[in-house]
Design a protein around this ligand. Sequence first.
Ligand code: ATP
Ligand code: MG
Length: 173
Amino acid sequence: MTKGLLSVFTGDGKGKTTAALGLTFRALGHGKKVCFIQFIKGGWTSGEAKLANNFPGLLDFHVMGKGFTWKSEDLEKDRQAAREAWAFATRMIKESTYDMIVLDELTYLIRYAMISEEEILGVFSRKPEALHLVITGRYASPGLLQAADLVTEMKAVKHPFASGIKAQKGFEY
Ligand code: ATP
Ligand code: MG
């Protein structure tokens, strides 16, 4: 039987979300069912969201509400959005209809004290045995790192942003 892994991609370098997408692509190729949940909605619609929408049935892709941001004026509203997003993710984990669930940018929920690490780890510890969970985001908390089976830290060595090259469609998003 499959040993479902808890994987974490963290660090300040580029490649966390795209690593999760790579695993998604690989799993789908083997006919596995994958659910990809994005906790932060950026300003642009990503290529991955478009692909999922253009090929219904390929991948269950969810961008949660308006997400939340640390720039927000209405923190209470953000907290509510985060709670709803987490409730949805919890349901998907418990239902066990998927082989892999990606929680993209989940680490910020803990970082900005939207959901406690304890609550999140509690849900993870009760996940279906065969389910692979993939977490991405900067500032992964110590408890999450400890609970994980796999941790990779992306290290920023060089990024085009530093030379003034702005985010490009099809590469950054
Ligand atoms: P990607 O989605 O390309 O795999 P990521 O998930 O590792 O990147 P995030 O921390 O989620 O990166 O940041 C989101 C955006 O910031 C992406 O457009 C990414 O390309 C960009 N980014 C990532 N690392 C850096 C960096 N060191 N400097 C500037 N921008 C960055
Ligand atoms: Mg990312």
